[in-house]
Design a protein around this ligand. Structure first.
Ligand code: FA5
Length: 367
């Protein structure tokens, strides 16, 4: 202030002092906001229509016009500084909140490694999976048969009535069809396309597509309208075997099953055949192997008999050869088929087969 300047009015001084104290108080309050929502409330208090700063404007009228302009500018400058500080703080809160939201929504796959599943995963080596028990068993079976001179073939899971039943000596309405609870697909004409109930249709496809000699195994998934229980699944796996050549006898069938049993289960393990019935083999048999759990001594798994039933087998019926155009006067053959899941169940002593479908890593990691 110079000697020439007129002295300030008391109102000007008091309003100017109020601007300074309102600004410093307002700044401190804005700085104290812990989060965006609180900041917005304080901003309304400090800069809103009912704020102390706004009320100062109403007092400007008490001042002479030159002082009114000067003090008005003071108030506006204070408001601008407070507003720009509030904006800066809000921007920083917003970016912080965006960062935390992204962090919270991030899919942290490494959490899996430290959660409740970490222990079983540690047992098999972190992050490394392995083949499912059924797949491992199927691979071992294939290796065993390949070592015995068999080829491996596959066929479709959705089959026609011809391949699943008719060509296998089960014409329409044949009572033996009732042995397999079939799932039909909704395709026209109804009842013609189904989910294969066994791997035997692959025998037909093979005999249609190649001339004897045939020595092949055919593993794959099968479907039946079976209620799941400890020993049944609606989706399971079988492996089929087929040999067609000149002069094949029932003795060859029994010898092949015995050779497979010893090779797959180990020395001292044997097989035996019991008369049975299948429409596509004649004669037919069920084959059993020494119980792998008790090595034939008798245990709960084999109900004390020392034997486990594995599947069915028999000499290829001449009607089946006729269906695929193979001369049964020149060629003869045998076939067998058994459940891979059932075999895996016996091998690891699994009380309930349904555990194979649960996909519980704690169960699967054991094998
Ligand atoms: C058959 O399916 C014949 N095709 C086997 C055959 C092939 C006989 C060649 C003669 C010549 P069967 O319905 O018995 O037969 O089934 C064979 C095996 O499949 C059974 O012994 C069992 O191990 C397995 N299996 C059958 N149904 C189920 C199921 N719902 N769940 C799990 N395994 C099953």
């Amino acid at each position: 202030m110079t000697d020439h300047a007129p002295p300030s009015s008391p109102d000007r001084t008091s309003i100017a002092e109020a601007v300074v104290s309102i600004e410093s108080d307002g700044l401190a309050r804005l700085e104290s906001a812990p989060r965006l929502a609180t900041l917005r409330e304080i901003e309304r208090d400090v800069l809103g229509k009912r704020s102390e700063l706004a009320r100062l404007h109403t007092r400007l009228g008490q001042l002479p016009s030159d002082e009114r302009r000067e003090v008005g500018a003071l108030i506006n400058a204070a408001r601008d500084r407070l507003q720009s500080r509030a904006d800066a703080l809000a921007a920083s809160f917003e970016s912080q909140e965006r960062r935390s939201r992204i962090e919270a929504e991030r899919l942290d796959l490494t959490e899996f490694m430290s959660g409740p599943l970490a222990a079983p995963l540690d047992a098999i080596g972190r992050g490394r999976g392995h083949l499912n028990l059924v797949t491992e068993t199927r691979t071992r079976l294939e290796d065993t048969f390949v070592a015995m001179g068999f080829a491996v073939a596959e066929g479709p899971e959705a089959e026609t009535d011809w391949y699943n039943f008719e060509a296998l000596n089960m014409p329409p309405a044949h009572p033996a069809r009732g042995m397999w609870d079939t799932l039909y697909l909704r395709l026209d004409p109804p009842g013609t396309v189904l989910l294969r109930t066994h791997t035997s249709p692959v025998q037909i496809r093979l005999m249609e597509s190649q001339k004897p000699p045939i020595y092949a195994v055919m593993p794959g998934r099968c479907y039946r309208r079976d209620t799941p229980d400890a020993r049944h699944l609606p989706v399971f796996h079988q492996i089929e075997g087929l040999v067609v050549d000149r002069g094949i006898t029932f003795g060859n069938l029994a010898g092949t099953i015995e050779a497979f049993t010893t090779s797959f289960f180990g020395p001292g393990m044997h097989s035996r055949l019991r008369p049975s019935y299948f429409p596509f083999t004649e004669p037919s048999a069920e084959f059993e192997v020494t119980c792998p759990i008790c090595a034939g001594a008798g245990c709960r798994t084999c109900s004390g008999s020392g034997w486990i039933e594995l599947g069915g087998c028999g000499m290829v019926d001449p009607n089946v050869f006729a269906a695929v155009g193979i001369d049964s006067e020149t060629y003869s053959g045998f076939a067998f088929g058994f459940g891979i899941d059932r075999l895996a169940q016996v091998l690891v002593g699994l009380p309930d087969m349904r555990a194979l479908l649960d996909n519980d890593v704690r169960f699967l990691a054991q094998f």
